[in-house]
Design a binder for this molecule. Structure first.
Ligand code: BJ8
Length: 420
């Protein structure tokens, strides 16, 4: 790690604090992820990707910039990666999943906002995020209230552009979203100084479709009765998807998929027979937030499906690549993204329907609704979702939590009781 000290110093990081953060992340990965028995060999790549997220990957981005590439930081899976790539811009997700940085945000931010927002901002304010000084621009979006207002603070730290994401899905909203997608393309062209052409956009679509396809296949192995991979490992892979080079990432997921295919044939599983099959539905879990998966998978359960933005909502649906011209392809992109059913939309019956379908497809024994504290959208939507699940006879539990370890004891008791 010390090889990168000069780079971190030049980026303006607080080295002792950053070191402490890396130690915390390293030991969490060792205890929670690396310690699992019988992991697929192809997970080595993703373990390594976690380990180099603050060093080698940053160096790679800096080297790319030296060759003229631009980098944007994103916070939501509504920001179309395909368009950024087509313009020669590399997108990386900047969301924080660590409790470590939260006190640095609480010195400025109200305490009663969601931990994802506080952790993200805390990494920047505490000078522990190597991505923030590297990006040329942050791209926020108008989803939840907490995020919307955060962009105004973030704009004081780094140039910030905000995409308007509609809150409904009527015709007028679709028109607005398409315009936003076109404006984003214009912004990316302005940033890179290049032109997005039909061919470059098709190439961007191909790269991201390949990534989503590989992920979709990976997650589909969790439909098996003998599970060849744990929920924790699939979560790690999906978290890495948000920061890694997309082509290299897709290739490595394809390798993992091959290994899992083989495991399925040989009936190699990673859980004891009879482990309860659990779906997690709700808020995203960004690196290194493995808290709930760890609780479930150390209490006799197996997480077999994630209806989150670090799961199904990220990889579901591909962009239709066939298009006669640039506008048509931009429309296809807008259509694909508008299928993401975030709780920021109202009404959001399609999310309820998707959860019900996933529950059947993955043969789940129960659903845990995962709500990050103060995330009002998912918290209130939990009422309708719980009703639908109960009506279908699917046991459901709602857990509201943050990134701290303080509530692990009571949470474990509730998870154990639910699994019984
Ligand atoms: S599409 S879920 S990534 S907005 S920050 S909403 S947890 S209070 S992240 Fe999201 Fe895009 Fe939607 Fe997905 Fe709640 Fe926290 Fe807001 Fe959050």
């Amino acid at each position: 790690m010390s090889d990168y000290e000069d780079m971190w110093r030049e980026l303006g990081l607080d080295l002792p604090r950053h070191d402490e953060l890396l130690k915390t992340l390293g030991s969490a990965h060792k205890d929670i992820i690396a310690s699992q028995p019988n992991r697929p060999k192809a997970m080595t790549y993703f373990d390594e990707a976690v380990a180099v997220a603050h060093c080698k990957r940053i160096k790679e981005l800096i080297d790319g910039k030296a060759k003229g590439k631009k980098v944007i930081g994103t916070f939501c899976i509504y920001v179309p990666e395909e368009i950024a790539l087509a313009a020669g811009v590399t997108p990386v997700a900047l969301c924080g999943g660590t409790q470590f940085s939260i006190p640095y945000a609480e010195s400025m931010f109200p305490r009663d906002i969601c931990p994802l927002i506080k952790s993200t901002l805390g990494l920047g304010l505490g000078k522990m995020c190597p991505y923030l000084p590297v990006i040329n621009m942050a791209v926020g979006e108008t989803t939840c209230d907490g995020k919307k207002k955060t962009w105004e603070i973030l704009a004081g730290m780094v140039p910030t552009y905000v995409m308007e994401v509609p809150q409904k899905k009527d015709e007028i909203d679709r028109e607005l979203w398409l315009k936003e997608v076109v404006l984003f393309k214009d912004k990316m062209e302005e940033l890179s100084g290049g032109k997005v052409t039909l061919e470059s956009l098709k190439q961007g679509v191909r790269i991201i479709n390949r990534k989503r396809e590989a992920l979709s296949k990976l997650h589909s192995f969790r439909k098996e009765s003998i599970l060849p991979i744990s929920g924790k490992d699939t979560l790690v892979v999906t978290q890495v998807a948000l920061v890694d080079d997309p082509e290299r990432f897709a290739k490595n997921v394809e390798n993992l998929d091959k290994e899992l295919e083989n495991r399925v044939i040989r009936k190699v599983g990673v859980f004891p027979q009879g482990a309860k099959r659990i779906m997690i539905a709700g808020c995203p879990m960004v690196m290194p937030n493995w808290k709930l998966h760890h609780l479930v998978e150390t209490s006799g359960g197996a997480v077999v499906c994630d209806e989150t933005c670090t799961g199904f909502r990220y990889y579901a649906n591909l962009v239709e690549e066939n298009a006669a011209n640039l506008n048509e392809l931009l429309e296809n992109i807008a259509d694909r993204y508008l299928q993401i059913s975030c709780s920021c939309f109202t009404p959001n019956q399609e999310r309820i329907d998707k959860v019900m379908n996933l529950a059947k497809e993955y043969h789940v024994n129960g659903v845990i609704q995962y709500i990050l504290q103060y995330c009002h959208g998912y918290n209130i939507e939990a009422i309708k979702l719980e009703h639908a699940l109960k009506e279908a006879g699917i046991p459901v539990l709602k857990l509201e939590t943050d990134y701290s370890e303080e509530d692990v004891g009571p949470l474990k008791l509730r998870v154990e009781a639910f699994l019984e």
